[in-house]
Design a protein around this ligand. Structure first.
Ligand SMILES: N[C@@H](CCC(=O)N[C@@H](CS)C(=O)NCC(=O)O)C(=O)O
Length: 249
């Protein structure tokens, strides 16, 4: 893909967890029609110089609003909450809300589906592919010395992603994190009468939890909520909201 200039764009990758969250955010605010949704070819577009300039991490999503690049789903949430004052307000600076968001963002769901799932799993081919894409990044630095700083940021992300994909202990850690998050969520929803927060307000935390549950159900385990009835009923409620239906159905 080559860059075509436009003022309002969402760069995303269909089906990726944080892209889903960005889409859900725009739909929650009812502003999805104001943005052109542009899918990226991952592995190609996201490390191309034009994109690295917009988002040095080379990740999706990136929102372009009035020509300004806003990388990262939480920055996008804050930006649209502040720029589009229309309700619902997503409380993107509330510390209780942010602590839930950060705990859910910490689970590297990629490791659950595409990571090294057993000690003996052969990941040689994957390692070769990842080594090759690292070489491509280094080549990009040589060809675009003016973007060296940005590409160094991408290299760190690349190395972290490699660990997520080929390290068995990382896979076990992510699984354990997910189990403890589910326990905590089931408990909190019960305590708060079906809400994430004691004050029962809806917030950006609901967007993250719903978006991540949706991703886990569609890509990891469709029965993941079978032993957590309170989470299941929370998810059913969230996924029948008009914003969710606009985003994914
Ligand atoms: N903190 C970022 C994380 C974004 C992220 O991890 N994006 C993934 C897809 S869900 C990505 O672009 N991965 C591709 C890559 O790094 O090559 C956010 O919340 O937007």
């Amino acid at each position: 893909m080559s860059q075509v200039f436009s003022d309002n764009i969402l760069y995303y990758s269909p089906g990726s967890v944080f892209s889903n969250i960005a889409i859900l955010l725009l739909c929650e605010k009812g502003i999805q029609d104001q943005f052109e949704f542009r899918p990226l070819q991952m592995g190609v577009d996201n490390i191309a110089p034009w994109y690295i300039q917009l988002n040095p991490k080379g990740q999706v999503p990136t929102l372009i609003h009035s020509g300004k690049a806003i990388p990262d789903s939480l920055n996008i949430a804050r930006h649209i909450d502040e720029c589009f004052g229309i309700s619902p307000v997503l409380s993107t600076r509330d510390t209780n809300v942010l602590s839930i968001v950060e705990r859910w963002r910490q689970v590297r769901v990629l490791s659950l589906v595409a990571g090294k799932k057993t000690e003996t799993q052969d990941v040689n081919a994957l390692e070769d592919t990842l080594r090759e894409s690292r070489q491509n990044l280094i080549q990009n630095i040589k060809e675009h010395p003016e973007l060296e700083e940005q590409y160094k940021v991408r290299l760190i992300i690349h190395d972290d992603r490699t660990k997520i994909l080929i390290d068995y202990d990382t896979h076990l850690l992510q699984k354990a994190r997910l189990v403890s998050l589910f326990d905590e969520l089931e408990f909190n929803l019960q305590e708060n009468n079906g809400h994430l927060l004691p004050n029962k307000t809806r917030s950006v935390a609901d967007i993250y939890v719903t978006g991540i549950l949706y991703w886990l159900i569609s890509k990891f385990d469709k029965d993941i909520l079978k032993d957590t009835p309170i989470i299941r009923s929370y998810y059913l409620k969230q996924s029948s909201r008009p914003s969710f239906i606009r985003a994914f159905v």
